[in-house]
Structures are given as C-alpha cells and as structure tokens.
Design a protein around this ligand. Sequence first.
Ligand code: NAP
Length: 259
Amino acid sequence: MICMRGVHPPSGTSAIDKRVAIVTGASRGIGRAIALKLAQDGKHVMLVARSQAGLDAVAAEISASGGSAECSVCDLADTAAFAALVENVAEKCGRLDILVNNAGITKDGLAMRMSDEDFDAVLHVNLKSVFVGCRAALRPMMRARFGRIINLGSISGINGNAGQANYSASKAALIGLSKTLAKEMGGKSITCNVVAPGFIETDMTEALGAQIKEQIIPSIPLRRLGKPEDIAAAVAFLASDDAGYLTGQVIVVDGGLSC
Ligand code: NAP
C-alpha cells in the first residue's frame, strides 16, 4: 500500500520548481542522512520505507530545518507497488530528477547453509526492486533529458564477504546494472552511479557488536567507522547538477579500508 503524507506537499498536481528526489530506506541510517542532505541542498524529497513512524520523524526533521519532504510507505518486496509509487511521484510532482536506491537488507549465513528463500529475498529487495524502480524512473527522466540515479552498493559487492553470498551477489549485480544504465541513458543526460560504503554506523552494523567493530578500526586508514553523513555527502554530490559528467562509476566510501 502506498500512503502519502505530505509535510510541505506540492499543491494538487502542479509541477514544482525544485528538483524532486526519491530516497528509499529513508526512515533511518544512511537513507535518513541522504534525505536530510538532499533537502538541505534544496531538493523536494520523497521518503520511502515500510515504517510510517520512522518516515514521519525524518519528514519532521526536514520540515523543522526549512526543507520539503513527503512520505510514502512502501515495502520494496512488492516491486509493482514500488514502480507505481515512482510513476505517481513523477506525475504528481510533474518531474522526477533524482532516484536514490538506498534500501537494502541482509540475511547472512555461510553459503553451504544458506536457504533458497534467504538468497531470493535479498536479491529481490536489493536488486530487483532497484531495477524496477530505475525502469519506472527512466521515462520521466528521458522526457526531461535530465536524471541522476544513485544506487547504494557495498564493498562486499566488490570484494565478497564470508557469510554474505546473497548480499554480496546483489551488490555486485547492482554495479553491472548501473554501468549498463549509464551506457543506455548517457545520451539523454541521465547519469547512474554506485556509492559503495565500507563499515558505517547504522542499525545494519549494530549487530556486529562493539568488540568486532573495535577490531575492524585499525584496518581502516582513517581509523574510524563511517557515519551516515559520510555517505550522504558522496550521494549528494552525485545527485547535484555539478556531477553531470560522472556516470557508470563506483565511488567507494570506506575510510580507505579497501585501498
Ligand atoms: P539500515 O540501517 O538497516 O536501514 C535500512 C533502511 O531500508 C531502513 O530505512 C528500512 O526501513 C529500509 N528498508 C529495509 N527493507 C525494506 C523494504 N523491504 N522496503 C522498504 N524499505 C526497506 O541500513 P543502512 O546501514 O542505512 O544501509 C543503507 C544502504 O547502504 C543499504 O543498501 C546497505 O546495503 C548499504 N550499506 C550499508 C553499510 C553499513 O555499514 N551500514 C555498508 C555497505 C552498504 P523500514 O525498516 O522502515 O522499512
């Protein structure tokens, strides 16, 4: 179900004069930081996740700092609902300039014990929903001859990671998808890039526990875990008008861990 709750919504179906961005997984973590940064940069942000309460809290933060945002509750596992959401946003706002596919899930386990269900579930949310969302976004972006698509990958998708066969495969495939879209859409001035975080302090890495995090830090040249804002800064640049000659790239933001 898609449930829109506006904070400073555009009135009726009239086009709005600022760039419109969709950010998935915007209820917390990296997606929340991306949404706040894009709003701070003057974009109208459509926040997407499953938790209405989480989205409302982020929308309220954006509103309090003078930005504009709306919330759409959507489970990305329902790819048809997500495609409809993307189409609705483009129609209602009269434009869709930026799509940030940030939502992602893990269902970790060693490959020899990983169930088909856990493999498929991760591929479905992390990869298929991204493809479906991009496909729906391309039409309005092509009409405008402008678009910025940013997909959240992971260093696990570049290097692999024990216990994450499903997650690493999904993030590796996102790179192939993104480079392909960059090649297909470059002629329409639509860019598509991947931001690949290292270890970032969010709910996703909370499960690692304090001891493991402390063990990781010495192997990071910048000697700290990343903050969601570190990722948001890279995404915001790729989403900006200034990044018009940058496409098909994987920007690794990991404090130097994989250098
Ligand atoms: P997180 O803290 O677990 O947050 C995940 C976000 O995605 C939440 O807003 C969640 O909201 C949403 N979400 C999850 N499943 C969803 C679904 N089926 N439908 C709609 N929304 C869904 O994750 P994060 O650490 O911020 O990670 C964000 C992205 O960065 C992910 O793609 C992740 O793979 C990538 N990444 C993270 C790290 C890291 O160290 N944290 C490292 C590399 C890559 P609801 O629960 O409200 O739906």
